[in-house]
Design a binder for this molecule. Sequence first.
Ligand code: SAM
Length: 252
Amino acid sequence: MLCGCAAAASNFYNFKPMTSFPAWYFDESGMAGVDFEDAKQVEVYDRNQSISSPEKERVLVDRLGITERHTVIDLGAGTGNFAIQAALAGASVHAVDISQPMLTYARSKAKGVGAIDLKFHQAGFLSYQHQGELADFVVTKNALHILPDFWKMIAFQRMIDMLKPNGTLYLRDVIFSFPPATYESAIDEWIQEVAKPEGQGWTTKDFEAHILEEHSTFSWIIEEMLIRAGFEIIEANYIAATYAEYLCIKAS
Ligand SMILES: C[S@@+](CC[C@H](N)C(=O)[O-])C[C@H]1O[C@@H](n2cnc3c(N)ncnc32)[C@H](O)[C@@H]1O
């Protein structure tokens, strides 16, 4: 593997940190879609998002069974709702995001609610070098679509290496389960259903930009990638034709 980070059977990550990337490696700093390097956009994001809230993320933490015995990595942690709730449940949490303004915002939220065992890392799916105890859980929500499919596969491969044997991956994202032939109506219907008027949340323009500039893909592509990376899919929930979540175990 590129980063030389194959995990040993032990519970510790034993790679040599990768100090440089090949010239052809994906540049995660050139982000597609919303510019989360802009602190204003970060505030708007936190205000607009309806999918993630402290209450909803606490439900997910409990559903996954995260406790003080666990190490959790949240990739693309954003403004930190999930990472903070996992830390409040007592877990040792690594919140990873490529955007420093996102991490700054998340850190201040964590401080405000007394979430202590939470480490912030400015890094991406393809560059985060996990150190120390392997994770019991890797969680990534609403972020993986930022990568083209080839690089999603590499990201899954890297997630496998961050997990303990039998560790859990929870993935939630804009993922398409509609029949490909219906793509036009499926995307139009999705946008009509979820877009809000200007000033009240994500607009039609925002969702159009998602399709134009980001890399959401079909569920069957994601599923094949998960399996090829070495995950067993325990649960696949197609929340809507444009939205899915997966609970996977690192297959032994
Ligand atoms: C839509 S937000 C989702 C945040 C959070 N997971 C949630 O559910 O609310 C996407 C996040 O992914 C981050 N991001 C974008 N590209 C990334 C990359 N290559 N690696 C890690 N995080 C990335 C963005 O900075 C942003 O915080």
